[in-house]
Write a protein that binds this ligand. Structure first.
Ligand code: UDP
Ligand code: MG
Length: 302
């Protein structure tokens, strides 16, 4: 059985039609888990109605809006299928891709990701900030996720691993990338949203980006160490110059002591901050309690 997880928020206008379209594209037995992420309209009533008509549709309702990432995680926890597909409710994730995703999964891939052929009707500003975000993320965390989306198929083994993640603020795409497994990437054209508006404001995207970067890398904490080294080198050069000036008798009275003191204290503070930063970074990594490693197969052991 294939499970499909769909987070929804305030989608009353299109949801019924969209879910029907999605169902038409699923070539085998399925269940659909609709996670209502604190909708303020009649979305939940619509979901209940759909579930009454079709027993394969399951609704999960949040007590308030917890965000799409949380909705995806909650959805995964409620699935029973051998593979799980996560997708948006607005048909921007082309349902035509589902049969091909399932085929790839049957060939043995554990994760099938659908990437955008090209970003459709996105402002230059959006495209540039998305590009910048993925570049920073790749530099800091080593995860290459350019053009990645939340439209994915995951094998049960992968889903079970992801459900073990207990981090409060989780970046779904990053986690799927992080757990590894054999992955296949399909490219599809992404359409524009036909009904309703995007549920993301710039501020929430910015928060998501910051959360993604900080939860996949503590490099920023190591920045103090880096700046400290630069300061220290500058301090040595300036220190030598000051002492030379003093010896040659061209230094102002008392100035040498002040400059040297400043340099010594400055470097010392930076150095201490760097040490603290490194330990805080380690504590941060440990508190996430991520698995040390993930085994995908064991061979030849009975
Ligand atoms: N969504 C959600 N919670 C939110 C925001 C969005 O569950 O806080 C859902 C939304 O209903 C849709 C999907 O996430 O099914 C993608 O949202 P949207 O199409 O608005 O985002 P965009 O396509 O602009 O990235
Ligand atoms: Mg959308």
């Amino acid at each position: 059985m294939i499970s499909v997880v769909i987070p929804v928020m305030n989608e009353e206008s299109g949801i019924e039609n969209n879910i029907n379209t999605i169902i038409k594209n699923i070539p085998e037995d399925y269940e659909i888990v609709l996670v209502d992420d604190g909708s303020k309209d009649t979305t939940w009533e619509k979901i209940k109605e759909m579930s009454n008509k079709n027993k394969k549709i399951v609704g999960v309702r949040f007590s308030r809006n917890f965000g799409k990432e949380a909705a995806l995680m909650a959805g995964l926890a409620h699935t029973r299928g051998d593979a799980v597909i996560t997708m948006d409710s607005d048909l921007q994730h082309p349902p035509e891709a589902i049969p091909e995703m399932i085929e790839k999964w049957k060939e043995g891939y554990k994760v099938v990701e659908v990437r955008k052929n090209k970003r459709v009707k996105e402002s230059i500003f959006y495209r540039m900030s998305a590009g910048l975000f993925y570049n920073i993320l790749r530099k800091l965390s080593g995860l290459d996720m350019k053009n990645s989306t939340d439209y994915k198929l995951m094998d049960r083994a992968v889903v079970d691993k992801i459900c073990e993640f207990k981090e409060g603020q989780l970046f779904f795409r990053g986690v799927v990338e992080w757990v590894g497994f054999e992955k296949c990437i399909l490219n599809f054209d992404f359409k524009e949203r036909e009904i309703g508006k995007s549920k993301f404001k710039f501020s929430s995207l910015f928060r998501l980006a910051l959360n993604a970067i900080t939860s996949f890398s503590s490099s920023l904490l190591y920045l103090t160490a880096f700046i400290g080294v630069i300061f220290f080198i500058a301090a040595i050069i300036l220190g030598i110059q000051t002492i030379v000036n003093k010896c040659m008798g061209i230094a102002l009275e008392g100035f040498t002591t002040i400059i040297l003191l400043q340099l010594i204290i400055g470097s010392l503070v930076m150095f201490c901050l760097a040490i603290i930063g490194i330990y805080v970074g380690k504590i941060y990594e440990e508190t996430k309690k991520r698995p040390q490693y993930i085994v995908s197969e064991v061979y030849g052991k009975d």
